[in-house]
Design a protein around this ligand. Structure first.
Ligand SMILES: [Zn+2]
Length: 113
């Protein structure tokens, strides 16, 4: 995934919603980013500033909620946080798991004026 492409689609979504709401200005954008996406807040902010220049969303504040990676063990059903690449279940030591959080990336809400 590429930060510029993703930031661009996020930006378009924000504009669309702001226009629908009849907003004059976008004040704040609340984003949820999974830590496994590898996205760097500073890069998203950087691209966003570039893209939003001269638009409704110019100078909007980006607020990030980072989601730590989580997995569910397929053997015992335990849910646990994945830490430092230690990908074994703390309950049964199994390593057959599915990722249930940490890969998300979406606009949670926007605040308009
Ligand atoms: Zn387990």
């Amino acid at each position: 995934m590429h930060e510029l492409a993703i930031t661009h689609s996020m930006f378009e979504l924000v504009l669309e919603q702001a226009e629908k709401a009849g907003a004059k200005k976008v004040g704040k954008i609340n984003l949820v980013i999974g830590e496994m996406t590898g996205f760097v807040k500073e890069s998203v902010q950087f691209y966003f500033d570039l893209l939003s220049e001269g638009s409704l969303a110019e100078k909007a504040t980006l607020s990030f909620t980072m989601v730590p990676p989580k997995a569910r063990c397929r053997d015992c059903g335990e849910t646990y946080e994945l830490k430092e690449f230690k990908w074994t279940c703390p309950h049964c030591q199994g390593n057959d798991m599915e990722i249930i959080a940490g890969k998300e990336l979406f606009v949670e809400s926007i605040e308009v004026e």
